[in-house]
Design a protein around this ligand. Sequence first.
Ligand SMILES: Nc1nc2c(c(=O)[nH]1)N[C@H]1C(S)=C(S)[C@@H](COP(=O)(O)OP(=O)(O)OC[C@H]3O[C@@H](n4cnc5c(=O)[nH]c(N)nc54)[C@H](O)[C@@H]3O)O[C@H]1N2
Ligand SMILES: Nc1nc2c(c(=O)[nH]1)N[C@H]1C(S)=C(S)[C@@H](COP(=O)(O)OP(=O)(O)OC[C@H]3O[C@@H](n4cnc5c(=O)[nH]c(N)nc54)[C@H](O)[C@@H]3O)O[C@H]1N2
Ligand SMILES: [Mo]
Length: 742
Amino acid sequence: MKAPKTAGGWPAVWYTLKATRRAGGPLRLWRALRSRNTCRTCALGMGGQRGGMVNEAGRFPEVCKKSIQALASDMRAPVSPDFLRRHPIEILRNYSSRELESLGRLAEPLYASADGTHLEPVPWEWALERVAQRMRATDPNEAFFYVSGRSSNEAGFLLQLLARVNGTNNVSNCSYYCHQASGVGLTAALGSGTATVTLEDVENCDLFFLIGGNPASNHPRLMRYLVELRRRGGKVVVVNPLREVGLTNFSVPSDVRSLLRGSEIASLYLQPHIGGDVAALLGIAKAVDEMGGSDSDFLRDHTESADDYLTQVRTAEWAEIEARSGLARAEMEEAARIYSASARAIFGWTMGITHHLHGVDNVRAIADLVLLRGMAGRPGAGLLPIRGHSNVQGIGSVGVSPALKESVLSALDEKLGVRAPGSKGLDTMATMRAAGDGRLRVGFCLGGNLYAANPDSAFAERALAEVDTMVYLSTALNLGHLRGQGKETIILPVLARDEESEATTQESMFNYVRLSDGGKARYAGPRSEVAVIADVAASVVGADSPVDFEGMRAHQNIRRAIAAVIPGYAEIAEIDASKKEFHVGGRIFRDAVFGTASGRAAFEPVAMPDLALDADQLRLMTVRSEGQFNTVVYENEDIYRGQERRDIIMVSRADRGRLGLRIDEPVAVVSATGRLEPVLVREIDIRPGNAAMYYPEANVIVSAEVDPKSGTPAFKSTLVRIEPLAGVPLENSATAGVAEPA
Ligand SMILES: Nc1nc2c(c(=O)[nH]1)N[C@H]1C(S)=C(S)[C@@H](COP(=O)(O)OP(=O)(O)OC[C@H]3O[C@@H](n4cnc5c(=O)[nH]c(N)nc54)[C@H](O)[C@@H]3O)O[C@H]1N2
Ligand SMILES: Nc1nc2c(c(=O)[nH]1)N[C@H]1C(S)=C(S)[C@@H](COP(=O)(O)OP(=O)(O)OC[C@H]3O[C@@H](n4cnc5c(=O)[nH]c(N)nc54)[C@H](O)[C@@H]3O)O[C@H]1N2
Ligand SMILES: [Mo]
């Protein structure tokens, strides 16, 4: 399979046509796409009250292959009880993510007992009582709650309320494996943990720094803004060890000119080492400073610790910066020239920045470079963590986290009469470790796939198996239901957001809160997430609870509670009547007054990580393909990288030659954590010394060590060795025609 010269374009259009079949016809798909519900894939956000395929600036049509894929997936018929009777757990355990996904929706509660051989359908009332009874019988601090980012604000808020009323702060969410480093880093720098800009700012910037992300695959609708930025004469600087086709050239399907001819994206493409961003950003800062690009008025009037940073910038040696970043000084100087010429720059980043043991330092290094030129706190400029799940930001906002802000704690107490327990809550990896140590009895997962999202898959499976009762609220079967089983496992089927009988809300990465109308349930069986949580809660905490959980079945009552407790969310109290979607207050900085106590933004010089490798080692990143959404694989192909299968390791031509590997040669990839084999060798344009494999399969070899500042694993940085496997020699087969980085 050859890599295309452009990404997006006709394949995305073809896919849409193909998906109509899966979704039960074009009309059914069109109606679903146009319904007033927030898009369920990434946090760029579209849909809601302006209608499906409309973004928050009112623009139509906004569409991407991802949204259609995920929607079509939710529209599929449920997996049949007969199928589950014929396929024991032992067999299903060996299904791939894609095979499980293709089975269809979940419609009945399923139960696996300690010695059960099958996932057995059980009645709803029995399943709910079982969950409640297990929770009642468990010390609250021996229970944990995990929430993914596709559930609603209402469900998330209610779940953390249940946890806290019951007496535990063991409430975590998928952002601990995702953007937590961004929240921690931004809060320290600016006093607010989310984007400082809106979509309108993106439309008005003249430079976009895209660091450590592949939006062509993962946030395709961002690509249109980058295409338009280039058309109005602006620049895009990409920082990514791997040359992603879609960041070089992209065809926006809804833009005829772009669809026909393709659009150049990157004005400059820098390929540092994996983990080399701190050094690269420092190098750019040094060059900016040398060419007089620093904004000394801004530094003096609106920041703290600027001198410490300037000292670091001025004393850093180019030789060391080059060695640690993997970039040439001239490349960093070119980026600095572009940056220095910009009046309105936005810095956006994703997992290439956060998935490191120094993820928070990476974010601080970005913030430092932004502040150096005063590019925060003014229109059209600022910082933009490009979020993953469609409501991951909302889930964090409404209190689904082990530690709450002081203001939220006191509002919970004053407004709802809820005293959050004083005990320290467990974040996601701390939860897994406690589970592995046999310290947790009940796990309650609202969506997601805690098993497959985890590094060190063998550890993850063992850890969850120590838990007495694992409860999953899910829309479809996934690897976690089979390999993340507790001693007993209860799977409760829930409605997707466009099937809810009551409205729900979601928050985009631009801090914009959308209202989803919901709609008709597609199949009998699944229940609303809120109803399930309210039922369990009412039965667990009983009559002396300060919160009327029965009453919280009405989403509007939850929204009132959110408005009373969550900073910036007051408008949600009226949203049912007003239908007015809104930006969360206090987060967008249009003036240089920040959310810190002093109102000033804070610099922090961070050390350049040491990336030394032994001669036979490579540094491995784990990435998403174009055909998956997180742990759910829809298609084996990764058309943009020109790969037709997933059991591969992508290395540079130089490393392939140096290590004497042949294309398609079967090898074992070995790390300190595990061994994965057989894996086929493929070539890609990546900075030599580095390699890439697909997530979640590669989690077998990713270490469970975390960034001490954010609790996030280094999913992008595993040291590996490649061991040839003895076997039938394979013919070299042609793969993507790639070139080495210049
Ligand atoms: N189609 C699709 N869309 C998705 C998802 C999906 O699975 N599929 N997942 C959603 C979620 S939850 C998230 S968080 C986002 C993820 O979106 P991304 O962060 O774009 O996804 P990853 O595949 O993890 O890609 C990381 C990118 O970072 C680069 N990278 C790796 N290491 C480094 C490094 O050290 N430095 C730099 N500068 N770059 C590096 C890789 O080459 C790759 O291009 O996408 C969301 N949208
Ligand atoms: N090696 C490696 N590991 C990683 C990453 C990586 O890049 N590399 N990325 C990390 C990142 S960024 C993230 S965000 C995590 C993802 O971790 P999670 O968010 O835990 O996992 P997902 O795969 O997104 O979860 C998918 C499941 O959610 C359920 N679901 C879908 N829609 C709904 C809904 O509306 N309601 C409910 N209740 N359930 C629903 C379905 O059952 C589906 O199978 O993985 C992390 N793990
Ligand atoms: Mo994510």
